[in-house]
Design a protein around this ligand. Structure first.
Ligand code: F3S
Ligand code: F3S
Length: 105
């Protein structure tokens, strides 16, 4: 899977959403999250993020490794909705992100 890391937090450019052929990039309150089971690893989202927040799971910079966990665990309560557009915007974040002071401002 691909994951979304710290540069997205409090930025949420959303350009990535338009590129994903399977609509697996879900919106939380402060960040977006890629669904680890729905993502087909096409990689289309990665180059369009203006702040370089998106990484293939094996290429996540060391300081942001916890974001792998955040992307995976974000879906523990949601499950696999099968499409972000229909699911809508969530009013919560993974605890790692929710606990952060304002980022990237
Ligand atoms: Fe975030 Fe970049 Fe997408 S800032 S919403 S990962 S385009
Ligand atoms: Fe979609 Fe990016 Fe995965 S475009 S399929 S989230 S690699």
């Amino acid at each position: 899977t691909y994951i979304i890391a710290q540069p997205c937090v409090d930025v949420k450019d959303r350009a990535c959403i338009e590129e994903c052929p399977v609509d697996c990039i879900y919106e939380g309150e402060r960040s977006l999250y890629i669904h680890p089971d729905e993502c087909v690893d096409c990689g289309a989202c990665e180059p369009v993020c203006p702040v370089e927040a998106i990484y293939y799971e094996d290429d996540v910079p060391e300081q942001w490794e916890s974001y792998y966990t955040a992307n995976v665990e974000f879906f523990e309560t949601i499950g696999s909705p099968g499409g972000a557009a229909g699911f809508g915007v969530s009013t919560f974040d993974h605890p790692i992100i929710a606990a952060l002071p304002p980022q990237n401002t």
